[in-house]
Design a protein around this ligand. Structure first.
Ligand code: SF4
Ligand code: SF4
Length: 369
C-alpha cells in the first residue's frame, strides 16, 4: 500500500493565553516539517495572490509576514511573488500589480520582505521549464523570478473558482506562476460562447475584456473566437450567466494543463504549501469584488504535497455547513459545494490529472493540531 501524504490542520480558534492565529500558523508550519528544508543562504519564493483592486477576500499581509519571518529565521532570503494577469484589471503589468499590492496592504514594512513580480514588467520575463510526465506540454512558460528561487512556498487563499471549481493550491501554483504567454497557452482552448436567448445586451462583459473580443450586435453579445484569449474573465461578470464555457472538454483541458504547469514549477527543488480556508468566496480573488463567503472560516492547512492539500481542503469544505444569504441560496445541495456553486466546473479534473503526473497524492492523513 502506498504511503499517504501528511496534511496538517489547525482551526481558527484562539484563547487569550494560547496566542493568536498567526502563532497558530507558525506552529502549523513547524509541525508540518518546514524546518526540514535547507534555507541557509537561499532565496525562497512565497507565491501568493495580492488581490484585485476592490476585492476584500484575499489573504491579509500578516500571513505572508509569518512565512517570511520564518524563512529568515532559518537563514533564507524570502520574497513575495505573483505573475501578471492575462485579463484587464489592476494587476496586468508589474507597475499596476505592485501598486495594487501596496493598496491591499502588502509592503516591505507589513510583510518584512520585498515583492518581485514573477514575470516582469509586461509579463514577458519567462523561462521554459520542463514538465515532468506532461501529457499536454513538454515545457511550461513560468515567470523567471519564481524559477530563480531555490525554495518554493505557496501560500494560498482557498476559495471557489468560476471555471476550475476551486481556487486552491495547485491552481495558485500552475496558473499563478505562468507568464502571460503561459496563461494564454493554458486558456487557449477554453473560449466562451454567448447563449443568445439569455443575453440582455447590457454590455457589462465588454468592460472586462482586454482583447476586444466581445462585440455587441443587435443587442446580443458575440465572442470573436480569433481575438478571444480564453481568460474566462467575462464569464463571471455576466449578470444572467449568458456567457458559458464553450464545451466541457475545454474546462477539463484547462484543469489538466494547470496541473502540468504546477508540476513544472515545483519539480526538482524543495517546496512547501500552505492553504488558508477563510473568507471562502464562490469566485476567484482576481475579481474586483467578492461575494459573501459561502462557508464559515475553517482553518489552515500545511503539507509538502500540494495535491493532498487541495483534496483535504475540499473535504473539509464539504463537511462544513453552508452559509445562507450567499451565492449558494436556492442551489442544489449534492454534497459538493464547489460543483453546486459552478455547475459547469469539475474541480476533480485538476487533482486527478495532478495525481496521474505524480505531482502529489489523493490519499492523505489529516493531522489535526
Ligand atoms: S471574450 Fe475571451 S478574452 Fe474577452 S474576457 Fe471573455 S474569455 Fe476573456
Ligand atoms: S454581460 Fe451577459 S447579458 Fe450582458 S452583454 Fe455580456 S453576455 Fe450579454
Amino acid at each position: 500500500m502506498t504511503e499517504k501524504s501528511k496534511v496538517f490542520f489547525t482551526d481558527f480558534r484562539t484563547s487569550f493565553h494560547g496566542g493568536g492565529i498567526l502563532q497558530k500558523l507558525e506552529k502549523l508550519m513547524k509541525k508540518a516539517g518546514f524546518e526540514e528544508m535547507d534555507f541557509q543562504n537561499r532565496f525562497a519564493a512565497i507565491k501568493l495572490h495580492f488581490g484585485e483592486e476592490g476585492n476584500l477576500a484575499y489573504l491579509r499581509p500578516q500571513y505572508a509576514r509569518i512565512v517570511a519571518d520564518y524563512v529568515k529565521k532559518l537563514g533564507g532570503t524570502p520574497f513575495l511573488t505573483d505573475c501578471n494577469t492575462l485579463y484587464a484589471g489592476s494587476r496586468k503589468n508589474a507597475v499596476e500589480h505592485l501598486a495594487t499590492a501596496a493598496m491591499n496592504g502588502f509592503s516591505a514594512e507589513s510583510t518584512h520582505c520585498p515583492i518581485l513580480i514573477g514575470d516582469g514588467l509586461k509579463g514577458s520575463d519567462e523561462i521554459l521549464v520542463p514538465v515532468p510526465n506532461g501529457l499536454h506540454f513538454k515545457e511550461a512558460k513560468i515567470g523567471r523570478a519564481v524559477m530563480d528561487a531555490d525554495v518554493f512556498i505557496s501560500l494560498t487563499h482557498f476559495k471557489g473558482h468560476e471555471k476550475m471549481g476551486i481556487g486552491g493550491c495547485v491552481k495558485n501554483i500552475g496558473m499563478g506562476c505562468a507568464s502571460r504567454a503561459g496563461k494564454m497557452e493554458l486558456h487557449s482552448d477554453g473560449k466562451p460562447l454567448v447563449e443568445e436567448d439569455v443575453c440582455i445586451g447590457c454590455g457589462e462583459c465588454q468592460k472586462c475584456c482586454a482583447h476586444d473580443a466581445l462585440i455587441l450586435c443587435n443587442n446580443k453579445m458575440h465572442v470573436d473566437q480569433d481575438k478571444c484569449a480564453g481568460c474566462g474573465s467575462c464569464i463571471s461578470i455576466c449578470p444572467v450567466t449568458a456567457l458559458q464555457p464553450s464545451w466541457r472538454q475545454a474546462d477539463k483541458l484547462l484543469d489538466e494543463k494547470t496541473a502540468e504547469y504546477a508540476s513544472a514549477v515545483v519539480a526538482g527543488r524543495p517546496h512547501f504549501h500552505i492553504s488558508i480556508l477563510n473568507n471562502i468566496s464562490p469566485d476567484c480573488d482576481c475579481h474586483g469584488q467578492n461575494d459573501a463567503p459561502i462557508l464559515p472560516d475553517i482553518g489552515m492547512l500545511a503539507s509538502f504535497d500540494p495535491v493532498a492539500l487541495d483534496y483535504a481542503a475540499c473535504d473539509l469544505c464539504n463537511k462544513a455547513p453552508r452559509l445562507t444569504h450567499t451565492w449558494m441560496d436556492g442551489k442544489e445541495d449534492s454534497g459538493d459545494i464547489f460543483k453546486d456553486a459552478h455547475r459547469h466546473s469539475h474541480w476533480q479534473d485538476t487533482l486527478e490529472h495532478a495525481v496521474k503526473i505524480s505531482l502529489g497524492k489523493k490519499e492523505y492523513e489529516l493531522i489535526v493540531l
